[in-house]
Design a protein around this ligand. Structure first.
Ligand code: NIG
Ligand code: FE
Length: 413
């Protein structure tokens, strides 16, 4: 089955297959073709080019998109999309003056979500999560990473990861799973964190490996959560089972998580709202380890934004992700992420779109199949409404600018 899209106002993010990510100054370039065609065959991109170079109009289906632009689907490399209920009360508590830390210290925060999730059946958790996934697909997300970490018991962590697996089986969007057992220390282990680490390492990990429930291993390396010594243990254990590190670091404090993640060959370090010069030096020494910024989290918690300019101007790559979760980013809208990155982090539209597509794909090891308009990659893309330029995506923040969505060559929205 072939489909030919004609008269595309601008075909955005054209890349050769060898491009895995873009860094530094390259991020300011977004290759496009104006007045373009795009040919897809089954689930893959077969060809593209300028309308003037189109030699044959033969296809099973021909779609004239006229004033629309086409860009690859958003690649959201950091989410906690599987969760139970919400934390609206904490949101109101914060409006009334409590801090995120104060709420967590009272047993709210991650532990509150864990309690709710433990009390929710796998079926119900799946039902709640699939609604969120469908909403994100309609907002243009065409590849996504989802973490565990709201279970914090053997059963509940496995339950979360099974829900992620079921989403992967039932939806055509590529999904990567991350085991984040070390998200918070459960109340019953408060005075014996080592015992909780043992539970993660000796009980959770072997089961997860046996059922092949995760691709990546994560840990919330932060004051009051897990230290760099804890991180070291978790990453070593995860790597023993073939899980690649992708780590929460430097959200509130710089405690050495970037250096430790680098030592373990992490694929990404995520958050980085607080970034020291020493951290930046380590990022420069490890250019394969990508930085992931989460501007929706900064927006929602009113905390500093990741210093994107510092990272990009140092010649490094940066990816953008939503951090969709009930506590610090109850929105998984990547259109907003791109806008917030431009408005609050001074990323140009080109940089923000690169960060949310090809670099997002890299941050979940999917650059070979998604993240750009490339022959042989999946036909996962967004057709925009009639917008003047791709700069309108961040400029008209909050507006609905998507006309339709294709996943695996099929129109889903
Ligand atoms: O990425 N920082 C740790 N984890 C989540 C938030 C967790 C929560 O508040 O539920 C994050 O922001
Ligand atoms: Fe997160």
């Amino acid at each position: 089955m072939t489909t030919l899209f004609l008269n595309i106002k601008e075909l955005i993010q054209i890349r050769q297959p060898s491009v895995m990510k873009v860094s530094g100054k390259e991020m300011s370039i977004l290759p496009t073709i104006k007045n373009a065609f795009l040919l897809i065959k089954d689930d893959l991109i077969l060809d593209y080019g300028s309308m003037s170079d189109l030699t044959s109009n033969e296809a099973d289906e021909i779609i004239d998109v006229k004033d629309s632009m086409i860009l690859p689907s958003w690649c959201d490399s950091h989410t906690h999309l599987v969760f139970a209920g919400n934390r609206e009360q904490e949101f109101v508590d914060r409006i009334n003056g409590l801090s995120y830390e104060e709420i967590a210290n009272r047993g709210g925060g991650i532990l509150n979500s864990a309690k709710k999730l433990q009390e929710t059946s796998e079926e119900e958790l799946y039902e709640q999560s699939k609604v969120r996934l469908e909403e994100l697909i309609a907002l243009g997300t065409g590849a996504i990473e989802i973490k565990s970490g709201y279970g914090l018991t053997v059963d509940a962590e496995i339950k979360m990861l099974r829900v992620i697996k079921r989403l992967r089986e039932n939806y055509s969007v590529p999904i990567k799973a991350t085991f984040l057992g070390a998200h918070a220390v459960p109340g019953e282990f408060k005075s014996d964190k080592e015992a909780y680490l043992d539970l993660i390492i000796d009980e959770m990990l072997p089961l997860i490996a046996k059922e092949e429930l995760a691709d990546f291993i994560d840990c919330f390396c932060e004051q009051g959560y897990f230290s760099t010594e804890d991180l070291n243990k978790i990453l070593l254990a995860g790597k023993n089972y073939g899980l690649v590190p992708k780590v929460h670091v430097n959200q509130f404090n710089a405690i050495g998580g970037i250096a430790k993640s680098a030592q373990h060959g992490a694929l990404s370090v995520d958050h980085l709202e607080v970034l020291t010069d020493a951290d930046l030096a380590i990022l420069k020494e490890n250019p394969d380890m990508i930085s992931v910024a989460l501007p929706s989290c900064s927006f929602f918690l009113s905390i500093p934004y990741t210093p994107a300019r510092k990272i990009i101007d140092s010649g490094l790559a940066l990816a953008l992700a939503s951090d969709f979760n009930p506590g610090s980013s109850p929105s998984g809208n990547m259109n907003f992420v791109v806008a917030a990155a431009s408005i609050k982090m001074k990323m140009t539209p080109e940089e923000a779109i690169n960060a949310a597509t090809i670099n997002g794909a890299y941050a979940m090891d999917l650059s070979n199949s998604v993240g750009s308009i490339t022959k042989g990659k999946k036909a996962n893309f967004i057709i925009t409404k009639n917008i003047l330029s791709y700069g309108a995506i961040p400029y008209n923040f909050g507006n609905h600018q998507i006309a339709s969505i294709y996943l695996n060559g099929e129109k889903v929205v």
